[in-house]
Structures are given as C-alpha cells and as structure tokens.
Design a protein around this ligand. Structure first.
Ligand SMILES: O=C1O[C@H](COP(=O)(O)O)[C@@H](O)[C@H](O)[C@H]1O
Length: 228
C-alpha cells in the first residue's frame, strides 16, 4: 500500500483535494461525468470543506456515501447531514447527491431502493474515500455484526446491505466489499496516531473478519492519506 504521510491536516487536505479533483477531471474528460463515494464520521469534515471550494465542474459529479446510519437525515448522526453541511456547498453545491437513507422504517427495507439508485452513479466508482474505526471496520462493515460474512463475500451480487453493529449505535446501510472493490481509486483517510496504530495492526494480520479493513487492503491498490 502506498502510504502518504503528511505533517499536518492542512497539508493533507490540500494535497488530497488536488488528487481527488485530478481523478474526477480525468473521468469527466473521458466519460462526461464522474463519481465520488465518501465516508461519514468526523475525519473527512475538514477535507470536505477544502474540496467544496475546488475549481471543478461539480455539475458533472455524482456524490454518494460508502455507508449511512439509519437515522433521520436531520439527525446529527446522519452521514448525509454531514456531507450536506461540509461538502455540498460552495462550488460543490452543483454536484448531484445520492443519499442512502430512505423512508423505510428499517434499514433492511431500504436495500432495494439503494440498489435501484445505483444506476445513477457512474461505475466503476472513480474515487472512493474510506475511513476506518478503531475496531478495523470500514464503511459499515463491522467485525461485530452478524452481517459481516455477507458484507465481505466477494461473490455477493448486492451492492448494499443492512448492518447492525453491536459495538456502535444504529442500524446501517453499507456498500458491500464487492461493490467497493469495483472502483478506480480507493483512498483510506485516517487521522491521528491511534488510527495509524490500528492500521499497522491490520497490516500485520490476515483475518478479515477480525478487521474488515484488511479485505480492502488485500484487494485494492488503496492509498493511505494520513496526518497526525
Ligand atoms: O461510523 C462510521 O465510522 C467510520 C469512521 O469514522 P470517524 O469519525 O472515526 O472518522 C466512518 O468511516 C464511517 O463512514 C462512519 O459511518
């Protein structure tokens, strides 16, 4: 794995935003449009603010989520709310956003709708930005969940699955590993020494069910973007 280690968040965000824009621009030039799959949580917020100001034809970019918490889109835990607040503003307000949360009461009843919406997202995904939890989960592929086998199954034809973590709140909707692997460029975006230590632990072992991030590390040319 190529490891891009920066000395500050500011340096990382600037360089990372430039890389993302370059890949999306190339795809727009070649295909007329591009896709950007982003993660939720805290880590990407400052990057999104930087990205939102970049000079890109955002009207040709489709933005969607690697995973979502099954909460109202106005809830502070909603990844969609975070993306709308930090990314879909300034120049990036022109992007098309495909959220994962539907009106379905339960996440499992929203899977088909997410799969249907997938037709609106250019594939292979051009850029996927993944995060990682301290338990080694990525997207919402949680090691503690009963659904982890389905999520990591490379032959799984379903791009999305409903996941219930037992170590974190809320049912989730997540892209499956097989869908994530169908991407041109995957980045792993981490911040802080603790996350770096978790990554080193993942790199030192092989059990993907113990740390699902290993399934990504083992199967793609994922690039690490890290700052202290
Ligand atoms: O629950 C989630 O956690 C991970 C990591 O979040 P962070 O706050 O530690 O950056 C995130 O990548 C994922 O999208 C999110 O739903």
């Amino acid at each position: 794995m190529k490891q891009n280690l920066f000395s500050s968040t500011e340096a990382l965000n600037k360089s990372f935003a430039e890389r993302i824009v370059k890949i999306l621009e190339q795809s727009i030039a070649e295909n007329g449009r591009a896709s950007l799959i982003v993660s939720g949580g805290r880590t990407p917020q400052a990057l999104f603010a930087e990205l939102s100001q970049t000079d890109l034809d955002w009207s040709k970019v489709v933005v969607s989520l690697a995973d979502e918490r099954w909460v109202d889109t106005n809830d502070d835990a909603s990844n969609e709310k975070m993306v709308r607040t930090h990314l879909l503003k300034n120049n990036a307000a022109e992007a098309t956003f495909i959220g994962l949360k539907t009106d379905a009461e339960e996440a499992k009843d929203g899977v088909d709708s997410c799969i249907n919406h997938l037709t609106q997202i250019p594939r292979p995904f051009d850029v996927v930005i993944l995060g990682m939890g301290e338990d080694g989960h990525t997207a919402s592929l949680f090691p503690c969940s009963a659904q982890i086998g389905e999520g990591l199954d490379r032959n799984n034809q379903n791009a999305y699955l409903a996941v219930q973590p037992t170590t974190a709140p809320n049912w989730r909707m997540s892209l499956s590993l097989s869908a994530l692997l169908n991407s041109r460029q995957v980045f792993l975006h981490l911040q802080g020494d603790k996350k770096k230590a978790v990554l080193d632990q993942a790199l030192a072992g092989t059990d993907e069910f113990e740390m699902p991030i290993r399934a990504v590390l083992n199967n793609t040319d994922v690039e690490l973007m890290w700052a202290p």
